[in-house]
Write a protein that binds this ligand. Structure first.
Ligand SMILES: [Zn+2]
Length: 498
């Protein structure tokens, strides 16, 4: 028996606009002052009329184009009817049969680390609902509603059921998160609910006779962490297998509907919320208060040509342009747009992508992790680090010397001394870190060390290689910028000559 997990994700992302989608209220996460960002439009008062926020639509177009979607030239708004206390109008303005975009794709990583392409069925724009707040002390039935979020622009991105494991679902969501933050269309703050998703999960079970059945589809609602998505799907896949083995119920059987489940993070289990029949009961119809949107070829082209490079494309370019491994380019890109830009500035300034990547993935990441900094808070400007690394690349400094300069710059920054290229040069001089190419000076130091350690010289001549350690140590102490390997070679050369 072969069991395959089949997953489609519906990602909801709040767009980062100044105001809400159909009114002028501020679009800001503000749970401490509930119901302070509302007006007759988002409260659904009679006689109020919605007007589309052009910026929300523009950010949606940017996202859809970055997801390789086709853009509809004509798109309209529909009312999705349902009653819930956080939806005062009694309907949600959404897009039903003519979404503004469809047929795109996003690259993710499969369970074996291979690149996979997940098709995007559609992306549509809608308004978010408010938030119900239930008293969880258990003392009374105290429920409240905060409508600050009502009318926030929400982009829903629906994938095809192309995802084949919990790990791939997590990777898809991580890549989506990265792309959206690269594009700057959302802050993607998952704790605040700016990015959340529903997962449609079922199993394909193939028996020894080669016949395949599918288990009933379960939609797990409101997953709001990468770990949560992975854990919920893993749990749900195992639960469906157990259930199928017990009941034999499968997709297409009479009385089998799609079920809605929730995810209990603390207990690590999915639980049933409701069993529903298909979409029809929302009684969608076109919203008579909003004009349809016509998008021109010129508008699409203008946005397409101004699109920032997507993370997946950038990973590939980093490998080709800077000779990085797939792993290093992923580490750099996955840190986010600001880190990738920092790396590129350093790489270009020093002319050695691998050197820049090494410093970024080891030294910088270690520092910012230890100090809980963001890359924006890291005090050494990219051009200054680039200058330091260029000196290493050109042989003026050893890597070890470079690390000393790096630490000094950070220590100075703690004292409010701004790291500059002038400071780099000064620290190299102060610490005598410049690599000594002058064999004259090196020879003088070596001869002095010989005179200082006659026993070591004697031992070496008697065949004890390790006796040289003392001599080399003395030379390195004398000339800080000297390269240990070069010193060793020169010492042997001088000793062999006489
Ligand atoms: Zn409003």
């Amino acid at each position: 028996m072969t069991v395959t997990t089949v997953v489609g994700l519906e990602v909801h992302v709040q767009l980062q606009t100044r105001t809400k989608i159909f009114c002028g209220c501020p679009n800001r996460f503000n749970p401490d002052q509930p119901n302070t960002q509302t007006c007759p439009v988002c409260l659904g008062l009679p006689g109020s009329l919605p007007v589309l926020n052009e910026e929300a639509f523009r950010l949606s177009l940017i996202t859809a184009l970055a997801l390789n979607c086709e853009i509809a030239r004509f798109t309209k708004w529909d009312r999705k009817q349902y009653y819930y206390p956080d939806l005062p109008k009694g309907y949600q303005i959404s897009q039903f049969d003519l979404p503004f975009s469809r047929n795109g794709w996003l690259e993710a990583t499969g369970a074996g680390g291979e690149a996979t392409k997940v098709r995007i069925l559609r992306a549509h724009l809608e308004e978010d609902a408010g938030k119900n707040i239930h008293d969880e002390t258990g003392r009374g039935a105290d429920s409240r509603v905060d409508l600050n979020r009502a009318g926030t622009p929400l982009l829903e991105i629906v994938s095809e059921p192309d995802i084949r494991s919990a790990a791939e679902a997590k990777s898809y969501l991580e890549e989506m998160h990265l792309l959206l933050t690269f594009l700057g269309v959302s802050d993607c703050n998952m704790q605040e609910g700016s990015l959340r998703c529903d997962a449609n999960v079922n199993l394909w079970i193939e028996g020894p006779d080669g016949k395949r059945i599918a288990t009933p589809i379960v939609e797990i609602k409101n997953l709001n962490s990468f770990r949560g998505v992975e854990a919920a799907i893993e749990y749900e896949a195992a639960r469906q297998l157990r259930e199928y083995e017990k009941t034999g119920r499968k997709l297409g059987d009479p009385g089998v509907f799609k079920q809605t489940y929730g995810w209990d993070q603390d207990r690590g289990v999915t639980f049933i919320q409701r069993e529903k029949e298909e979409a029809a009961d929302y009684r969608y119809f076109p919203d008579p208060d909003l004009v349809p949107v016509v998008v021109t070829e010129a508008e699409i082209e203008a946005i397409r040509s101004s699109l920032r490079e997507a993370p997946a494309a950038r990973r590939k370019r980093f490998q080709a342009e800077y000779g990085l491994s797939a792993y290093d380019s992923s580490v750099l890109i996955n840190q986010g747009e600001e880190s990738a830009a920092y790396f590129e500035t350093v790489a270009r300034a020093c002319g050695d992508g691998k050197q820049a990547a090494n410093w970024f993935t080891q030294d910088i990441l270690r520092e910012i992790k230890e100090r809980s900094w963001s890359i924006g808070e890291f005090p050494i400007p990219a051009p200054v680090l680039g200058d330091l690394l260029k000196r290493i690349v050109q042989g003026e400094l050893m890597v070890k010397g470079g690390r000393e300069v790096f630490s000094s710059l950070l220590a100075e920054a703690d004292e409010d001394i701004v790291p500059t290229t002038a400071r780099v040069a000064a620290i190299i001089d102060e610490k005598g870190l410049r690599v000594v190419r002058d064999t004259g000076a090196l020879d003088v130091a070596i001869q002095a060390a010989f005179a200082d350690s006659p026993k070591a010289v004697e031992d070496f001549r008697a065949g004890k290689q390790q006796a040289l350690g003392a001599v080399i140590g003395k030379v390195l102490k004398q000339i800080k910028g000297a390269d240990a390997k070069a010193v060793r070679e020169r010492v042997i050369e001088l000793l062999s000559a006489n």
